[in-house]
Design a protein around this ligand. Structure first.
Ligand code: GLY
Length: 354
């Protein structure tokens, strides 16, 4: 088992990575409990319960299991209200404990409920997908979507511990692997030279390395006043693509978060190239890292560049202009005030219509 400390001054915690890490949940919760009547509410999805990942975990405290539906539509304020009311029904008070047991959707929603229920209660995340293990469950960003966009309502609220159980990845569907690999590609690219070494690690070491990279950034900039924004590399276009999906209903592109990130990473390289910030070999490096993770980064056909640019102006990082995380002579950095004409033309070069 790997143990990676997240050494935040006010709320340090540990991330455990390894086969069967979920079995550490009971001892951790009992360590956090203030007395033997401490209650626990475990927020999860029916698929996690059906896979049996929860049934063999010994909690050792009075607990309830609350399931939320799978799928991005469940990441809503409606789900949060429903969960909070269930916590009231279960008699949960401020000293009690919450657990988010599942993928990034579950850990984001459970973390946000923990941040606001009784003005904040302690929670532990058990991350069961690659995406949650390498990114979503680490660092205390919690949020739900609005119909207007992804993660628009949320809070910084750090967990008391995170368990990344690589055993639960054995039942992960292929699309969920791609989803997590999009974020692994991001960490490899953020490393710059030597990024490809991340791809050669075995799974358990790869998850641990991504967690350690993220922990280092989060400890230096918990509230995203500076360097933490770099963890959004590839996410400006990704969030626009995901917003199209949220708005489209039946006509959705059906992209998973990490798949959208993969497209966003390649686009960020193409845009940086068009702006003269990087040379062709570095664009090639982006393609090679995505390819090494079985991701292609192609923009789905039929998307309008103008519509994508409008959506990207709404991005949380953008202060009413077009802001991207871009590679360049000084490495990867935040670049504000981009000319929409160049952004549109890079999108068109990737196959978007005007
Ligand atoms: N997923 C980006 C962050 O946690 O800052």
């Amino acid at each position: 088992m790997l143990t990676i400390p997240v050494m935040l001054d006010a709320s340090p915690y540990e991330v455990l990575v390894g086969h069967g890490a979920r079995h550490h949940l009971g001892p951790i919760l009992r360590g956090l409990s203030t007395n033997s009547s401490t209650k626990v509410a475990i927020i999860t999805e029916a698929a996690i319960v059906a896979a049996g990942w929860l049934s063999d975990v010994e909690i050792g405290l009075e607990h309830v299991v609350l399931t939320i539906p799978g799928g991005e539509a469940a990441k809503s304020l409606e789900t949060v209200e429903h969960l909070c009311r269930q916590l009231v029904d279960a008699g949960m008070s401020r000293g009690d404990l919450l657990v988010g047991f599942g993928g990034g959707l579950v850990t984001d929603v459970a973390g946000f409920v923990a941040a606001i229920y009784h003005r904040g209660i302690r929670y532990v995340s058990v991350a069961t997908t690659l995406l949650a293990q390498v990114d979503a469950a680490i660092g205390g960003k919690t949020a739900v979507n609005l119909p207007e966009g992804k993660n628009l309502v949320g809070a910084f609220w750090q967990p008391s511990a995170v368990l990344c159980d690589t055993e639960t990845l054995t039942t992960l569907p292929p699309r969920e692997w791609s989803c997590g690999r999009g974020e692994v590609a991001k960490y490899a690219l953020l490393r710059g030279e030597g990024g490809r070494e991340l791809l050669d690690l075995d799974l358990h070491e790869q998850v641990g390395a991504c967690v350690a990279d993220k922990a280092m950034v989060v400890v230096g900039d918990e509230r995203e006043q500076g360097r933490r924004a770099l963890l959004n590399y590839g996410h400006t276009l990704a969030h626009a693509l995901e917003t199209i999906d949220l708005e489209a209903g039946e006509q959705a592109l059906g992209l998973r978060h990490g798949e959208a990130v993969a497209i966003g990473l390649l686009f960020a390289a193409e845009l940086a190239f068009d702006l003269g910030r990087i040379e062709e070999p570095r664009v090639h490096e982006h393609r090679a890292i995505l390819g090494g993770l079985d991701l292609d980064g192609h923009l789905p056909s039929g998307l309008s560049a103008s519509h994508l640019v409008d959506l990207m102006r709404r991005d949380k990082k953008a202060d009413h202009d077009l802001t991207f995380i871009l590679d360049g002579p000084n490495g990867i950095e935040v670049v504000n005030g981009l000319d929409p004409t160049i952004v549109r033309s890079s999108l068109e070069r990737m196959g978007a219509t005007p």
